[in-house]
Design a protein around this ligand. Structure first.
Ligand SMILES: C[S@@+](CC[C@H](N)C(=O)[O-])C[C@H]1O[C@@H](n2cnc3c(N)ncnc32)[C@H](O)[C@@H]1O
Length: 257
């Protein structure tokens, strides 16, 4: 019998209710129901010892806003991870490594991950220096808190846990093979004056697969040529890209899309 692969994710947050609806719908809901994904939300405030349950304080040296105190975060992580030093402890941070599809694939192979969501002006530097093993950003902009970022990361990871999507489905998507996915169509065959390419209706699987690969190359070339630089393209692909370059120089010639 196949062993069920599960990723267990603990999230430390001051706002656990933010996670309720997004994680209880659609694919993420099913992933949890089927045991592929276990999500535990931990209220950081539960790890305070003072009467007012303070999780933040004024920044040393002055400045705007509040900084999240280190002690409740350290206590929460130690209570959750116990003596297991192998669990990745990830801080969501606009200063972290930018999250990618490759990182989602790698993280989906971890049995357990702890995410820490910052808020206000962020977390005390000692959390970064002595507790976390990785810092992840979801892009070069600043959110009010790490909760939305954690949800984005969890969603992308879940798609790569075996059993969550149909076998291989996540690997057809943009970025998985290094290319953007090519244009897709559904019924009706003609809409807004545009006809679905005949090859997609031909029923010839090998020809369709070839067309889809070239459509992916074309889309990547048009929108994200930088991605092509990191790929090991074969002779046929390189010749196709040369054709695209020529088409660009001589617009008006027919193309695939
Ligand atoms: C207002 S931000 C703090 C920004 C911090 N003062 C700075 O300038 O780097 C509060 C929290 O939101 C989260 N956050 C904000 N932008 C993020 C991003 N792009 N990716 C991941 N987390 C982010 C982090 O957890 C951060 O601690």
């Amino acid at each position: 019998m196949l062993k069920l692969l599960t990723v267990w994710i603990d999230v430390l947050t001051l706002f656990p209710s933010m996670f309720m609806s997004p994680l209880q719908e659609s694919i993420l809901k099913r992933a949890q129901q089927c045991g592929h994904l276990t999500l535990l939300l931990h209220q950081i405030r539960d790890y305070t010892f003072d009467r007012h349950q303070m999780t933040d304080d004024l920044p040393y040296g002055g400045g705007r806003g509040m900084v999240m105190k280190p002690e409740p975060i350290f206590r929460a992580v130690h209570a959750i991870s116990g003596t297991d030093a192998s669990i990745p402890i990830v801080l969501l941070s606009p200063q972290g490594r930018t999250f990618t599809q490759q990182m989602a694939m790698t993280m989906a192979q971890q049995p357990r991950i702890i995410f820490i969501c910052g808020h206000y002006e962020g977390v005390d530097e000692r959390v970064r220096q002595c507790l976390v093993t990785d810092e992840i950003s979801i892009g070069d902009y600043v959110l009010t808190g790490g909760e939305l970022a954690a949800m984005v990361v969890i969603d992308a990871i879940a798609r790569f846990i075996p059993g969550v999507l149909a076998p291989g489905a996540a690997f057809d998507d943009s970025y998985a093979s290094g290319l953007l996915e090519g244009s897709q169509y559904t019924r009706p065959p003609v809409y807004a004056g545009i006809e679905v390419p005949a090859v997609l209706r031909s029923g010839h699987h090998a020809v369709i697969a070839h067309w889809k690969h070239q459509a992916a190359l074309q889309k990547t070339y048009m929108r994200r040529p930088d991605l092509l630089e990191n790929l090991d393209l074969d002779r046929e692909d390189l010749a196709f890209i040369k054709e695209l370059q020529q088409l660009q120089r001589n617009p008006g010639e027919p193309n695939e899309e």
